[in-house]
Write a protein that binds this ligand. Structure first.
Ligand code: KG4
Ligand code: ZN
Length: 339
């Protein structure tokens, strides 16, 4: 059976469309929104307006690049949540309207499930069961993945997400938003042992990052009293020290979960999985622990519609279609099948 799906992602500040044919991604277009840089973070209202501007051209380009005519589509998938309500509304309404016009079904996809399923876009694909550390701007989770659509969050952050830890510390250091990629770059020239930031004490497989942000704030404020140029002079060392602490917090919990559960197939996903230190450290840890590690290609780490299409493919095979009455869910826990 041939399956052709158009997928739309608009949960935060990237407008993306992808086309999948028979389990293969033929096109994946992403329009980033530069406007948020001026504000030092995503402004929800501006994000919705930009999605509204971008969605038609992004979908057009994706269809053109794939060579698939819209009349040949079997279904339209969209991110139903979690995410920003106004942003989700743009993708949801667009998908519903287009599907209605073409008289084809719609598929509602959970954004966090899609980040995990991004691992099935390309080889090597993980074997079940595997653990996925999903680290993004809004979430930090350890997910036990039993099957394509059978996942359980076994640990998560109690406050800030790992991406927020990067972005908020970056803001303190006057780096542009999003600061994750900037810190990654600067850290390469710095000494990760220059400054010691504390490790939070949290039970089981949960995380906490708000204390780290506060300790960097107090540390920097104290140093600035003695030297107003402290940040400029030590920027690379601060970035390297913060980054290495974030990575060590993430990997310690992931290692504990893998050991306790006896799972040896381990993946990382989400925007922060683009971080070069996290990527190299998980490979080293995997070699030491004899794990099979899975690290996504860069274009599938940050938000993209290819992962939405991949998740939709498995839902299509199960005929798991949504109703035209489906509305976005700003909060939607993984494993919650409610629609
Ligand atoms: O998954 P994503 O694109 O959007 C959400 O669903 O949140 O993740 C965005 C997050 C931002 O916090 C950004 O700073 C972070 O991913 N990020 C990185 C890197 N690239 C993106 N953090 C650290 N190092 C990177 N190279
Ligand atoms: Zn995401």
């Amino acid at each position: 059976m041939s399956v052709k799906i158009l997928a739309i992602e608009s949960s935060c500040d990237d407008t993306s469309a992808a086309v999948l044919v028979d389990d293969k991604i033929l096109a994946n277009c992403v329009a980033n929104q530069a406007i948020h840089k001026e504000w030092g973070g995503v402004v929800p209202e501006l994000a919705s307006r930009d999605h509204e501007k971008n969605i038609v051209p992004v979908v057009d380009v994706a269809l053109k690049r794939s060579g698939v005519s819209k009349n040949k589509l079997d279904a339209i998938a969209f991110t139903r949540g979690p995410g920003l309500m106004g942003s989700l509304l743009v993708g949801t309404s667009f998908a519903k309207a287009m599907a209605l016009a073409l008289e084809i079904p719609i598929i509602a996809v959970n954004h966090m499930e899609a980040h995990v399923l991004a691992h099935f876009i390309e080889e090597p694909r993980p074997a079940f069961p595997f653990l996925c550390l999903t680290v993004s701007g809004g979430h930090t989770q350890i997910v036990l993945v039993r099957d394509f659509l059978d996942m359980e969050v076994i640990g998560e952050t109690r406050d800030d997400a790992a991406g927020e830890a990067f972005d908020k510390t970056g803001k303190l250091l006057k780096l542009p938003y999003p600061a994750g990629p900037e810190i990654d770059k600067l850290a390469k020239q710095g000494n990760p042992d220059a400054f010691k930031f504390p490790e939070p004490k949290v039970d089981k497989y949960d995380f906490s990052f708000s204390g780290l942000k506060t300790s960097v704030l107090y540390f920097v404020q104290k140093q600035l009293k003695n030297d107003p140029d402290f940040i400029e002079k030590n920027l690379a060392d601060i970035c390297a020290s913060v980054q290495s602490r974030i990575v060590s917090i993430l990997l310690k919990k992931l290692e504990k979960a893998a050991t306790d559960l006896g799972i040896t197939h381990i993946a990382i996903a989400g925007g922060v999985s683009a971080n070069s230190e996290l990527r190299s450290e998980i490979e080293l840890l995997g070699k030491r622990r004899d794990w099979h590690t899975y690290i996504p290609a860069f274009q599938y780490c940050t938000d993209n519609a290819a992962m939405i299409a991949q998740a939709a493919y498995y839902k299509f095979l199960k005929e798991d279609f949504a109703d035209q009455s489906a509305v976005p869910m700003a909060r939607w826990s993984l494993g919650d099948r409610d629609r």
